[in-house]
Write a protein that binds this ligand. Structure first.
Ligand code: PEP
Length: 244
C-alpha cells in the first residue's frame, strides 16, 4: 500500500515569530506514524528556521520552487543544492501560481524537477486545469500534457517525484473538487505514469483541502494525500489533515 503524504505550501506567508509558533506546534504535535508523512514548504528565507525548529521531529520541510540552473549568473534564483543544504526533503515545482504569474512552461517545470532530483530533493510536480479548460472538456488534454512533459523530461527518474493534481479553480477559492472528480483525474495520471514505469508515484490532491474534506478525498483509490495551501497555516488544522 502506498504511504500517505500531506505537504503544506505556506506560499508567501509568515514571519519569524509566527513561523516559530507554527513550527514548534508541528514539531511537538505530530507523532511519527507508519505510512504517514507530513511536510511543510516554506519561503526560502525561512528554510534555516524550519531546519532549526523541525530537525529531530517527524515533520519534513522544503521549498516552493527551485531554479532549473545549478549555479551562476541567475540573479534572484535559488539553486536546488542550496535548498538541500538546509536539510530539505521536498521542492514544489510548477505550482499554478508560478505557471501563471511567471509563465513557467511544462518544459521549464520538468527542468526544475530534474534540478531538484539532482540535488537529492523530491520534486512535487504540480499539474491542473483551469475552469475554462474543464468547462471545455479539456482536462485530460491539459493535465495529460503536463504530466507527459514531466515524463519526457525526466525519463525513469519520474518515479522519484511526487505529482500533485491541483485544479486551478480549486486553489484558494474554497471550492474543492469532489472526491470523485479528484479520483477521475488521479486515475488518468496514474495510468500515464504507470506506462512510464512510475505507477507507484505518490499522487496528491490540492485545492481547498481542509480537515473537514480531507478524509473523503484521501479515501479515494488513487489519492495518496494532499498539497495544502491556506489550511497549512493553522498547525492544528494541518495536523488534522495529516491524520485524515
Ligand atoms: C496550494 O497553494 O497548493 C493550494 C492547494 O492552496 P489552497 O489549499 O489554499 O487551495
Amino acid at each position: 500500500m502506498r504511504a500517505k503524504l500531506v505537504v503544506g505550501n505556506w506560499k508567501m506567508n509568515g514571519d519569524l515569530a509566527s513561523n516559530a509558533r507554527r513550527l514548534d506546534a508541528l514539531a511537538a504535535g505530530w507523532k511519527a506514524k507508519p505510512g504517514r508523512e507530513l511536510a511543510v514548504c516554506v519561503p526560502f528565507p525561512y528554510l534555516a528556521q524550519a531546519r532549526e525548529r523541525l530537525q529531530g521531529s517527524a515533520v519534513a520541510w522544503g521549498a516552493q520552487d527551485v531554479s532549473e540552473h545549478a549555479a551562476g549568473a541567475h540573479t534572484g534564483e535559488v539553486a536546488a543544492a542550496m535548498v538541500a543544504e538546509f536539510g530539505s526533503r521536498y521542492a514544489i515545482v510548477g505550482h499554478s501560481e508560478r505557471r501563471q504569474a511567471h509563465r513557467e512552461s511544462d518544459a521549464l517545470v520538468a527542468a526544475k524537477a530534474r534540478a531538484a532530483l539532482a540535488a537529492g530533493l523530491v520534486p512535487v510536480v504540480c499539474v491542473g486545469e483551469t475552469l475554462a479548460e474543464r468547462d471545455a472538456g479539456r482536462i485530460e488534454e491539459v493535465v495529460g500534457a503536463q504530466v507527459d512533459a514531466a515524463i519526457a523530461g525526466l525519463g525513469e527518474a519520474v518515479a522519484r517525484c511526487v505529482v500533485a493534481y491541483e485544479p486551478v479553480w480549486a486553489i484558494g477559492t474554497g471550492r474543492t473538487a469532489t472526491p470523485e472528480q479528484a479520483q477521475e483525474v488521479h486515475a488518468l495520471l496514474r495510468a500515464r505514469l504507470k506506462r512510464a514505469g512510475a505507477g507507484d508515484v505518490a499522487l496528491l490532491y490540492g485545492g481547498s483541502v481542509k480537515a473537514a474534506n480531507a478524509a473523503a478525498l484521501f479515501g479515494m483509490a488513487d489519492v495518496d494525500g494532499g498539497l495544502v495551501g491556506g489550511a497549512s497555516l493553522d498547525a492544528d488544522e494541518f495536523m488534522a489533515i495529516g491524520a485524515a
